[in-house]
Design a protein around this ligand. Structure first.
Ligand SMILES: *Cc1c(COP(=O)(O)O)cnc(C)c1O
Length: 422
């Protein structure tokens, strides 16, 4: 049965970010994940693994949590999905209010739903460009982004679209992008360049796909002030950092910053179903009011009812289990465990933000794939995770226990020691 499935898999499927030649080789047996409970996942042979990267940064409270399952089940008894174009529904309304309430007193009062991190970002960028195009500053056609930033994979789809009204801002995505390395570089921009800026986009506190790179303390605050002084929109991509991962509910709260757009996805449903939200202000919302104006953008599964129910279930777990209150002790223990890895000579750098860490080994030539090898070795010791080049990502779900943390670090220590000995 398993062998038949895996033959079909190799014959018919195509995986993201995956060199498919090696994947399809006879000797490669893909890991098939069958079930999960708490911090653990089980494969086709019944072997268990700690979910060391929260199933690619999505899971928050562990797998098969009864509260989230019940929330999804209760919704399933009513209906799974209805269109959000021209209709509304209770789970979306309740969730919208709950999300806004997570940032009490902030100007973020409007919630636009989509399906994934990329579309949460795309919504914010299109809103930004369309806002300035139709209000006050049509010359503002440029988004400023940072070197090594990662904001998702979908923009290409819009650039080949052929229906002008679906292009919102009217330009042909390719919109203009200016890229800078850091906050200081903003001061080197010409007056002319700054006058064309519609928005600035940032992963606050830590850049994920860049290899868990930390911004200097105060960078976010400084950027927020820079944007406010020039009335340029600040778009924060909290697709990875949202929902407790960095120690606060949202990373922006650690520097007292409220952006013009807050993009949420991955952990929003606790990691159970695909859903995303782009939060913004009344000012932006009002810029789309008036005859004939609308935000011409949306997806078929926008505000999926099961997804909204799962997200409400996840927020319920935050309240009932006091998840946020458990984090500082957990993070302190995480830090201590990370420190012990510094004894391993190949560990070059350790970067941590809350329950997110990157353990960089090397220096190695990238083609040696040492990060990949270390993560493959970790499987033998009961840990699943993925590297970014030679940075091993450790991002456990927030429910992880002390015993599980110990198991995770024992596995990663064995794995690194093993591959560097070869
Ligand atoms: C994962 C991620 C995205 C993209 O989210 P998808 O759901 O994969 O489209 C965007 N930004 C950041 C910071 C992410 O980590």
């Amino acid at each position: 049965m398993i062998q038949t499935l895996l033959q079909l898999e190799k014959r018919h499927l195509w995986h993201p970010f995956t060199p498919m030649q090696a994947w399809c080789e006879e000797a490669h047996e893909p890991l098939m994940l069958v079930s999960g409970q708490g911090s653990y996942l089980k494969d086709q042979h019944g072997r268990e693994y700690l979910d060391g990267n929260s199933s690619i940064w999505t899971n928050i409270h562990g797998h098969s949590h009864p509260t989230i399952h019940n929330a999804i089940r209760a919704q399933l008894e009513k209906i799974s999905h209805t269109s959000f174009l021209g209709f509304t529904h209770e789970p979306a309304i309740q969730l919208g209010k709950a999300l806004v309430d997570l940032l009490p007193g902030s100007a973020l009062s409007r919630v636009f739903y989509s399906d994934n991190g990329s579309t949460a970002i795309e919504s914010a960028i299109r809103m930004t460009l369309q806002y300035w195009k139709q209000n006050e500053h049509p010359e503002r056609d440029t988004i400023l982004a940072f070197d090594r930033a990662y904001h998702g994979d979908t923009l290409g789809a819009a650039s080949v679209g052929g229906i002008p009204i679906f292009k919102g801002s009217g330009n042909d995505f390719g919109y203009r992008v200016v890229r800078v390395p850091n906050l200081e570089a903003l001061d080197a921009l010409s007056v002319d360049e700054v006058s064309r800026l519609a928005g600035v986009i940032l992963e606050p506190l830590i850049q994920g796909s860049a290899g868990m790179r930390l911004w200097p303390k105060g960078m976010l605050k400084g950027l927020s002030q820079w944007c406010q002084q020039r009335d340029v929109f600040l778009i924060l991509d909290e697709v990875m950092t949202g929902f407790g991962r960095t120690g606060s509910m949202f990373a922006c709260q650690q520097e007292g910053v409220i952006p013009d757009f807050l993009c949420l996805a991955k952990g929003i449903t606790g990691g159970y179903l695909p859903l995303a939200a782009t939060l913004t202000t009344e000012r932006v919302f009002e810029g789309f009011l008036g005859a004939g104006r609308a935000f011409y953008y949306g997806h078929s599964y926008t505000a999926n009812q099961l997804g909204c129910a799962a997200a409400l279930g996840s927020l319920q777990v935050f309240r009932e289990e006091g998840t946020m209150e458990t984090l500082s002790a957990k993070t302190a223990s995480f830090t201590q465990h990370l420190e012990t890895l510094r004894e391993i000579p190949a560990v070059m750098d350790i970067r941590q933000c809350g329950l997110i860490a990157g353990v960089e080994i090397g220096p190695y030539a990238p083609e040696l794939l040492m990060g990949v090898k270390a993560c493959l070795a970790a499987r033998k010791y009961g840990l699943l995770t993925r590297p970014v080049v030679d940075t091993i990502v450790l991002m456990p779900p927030l429910n992880i226990s002390e015993t599980e943390l110990e198991a995770m670090f024992s596995a990663i220590r064995h794995a690194i020691t093993e591959v560097i000995a070869q």
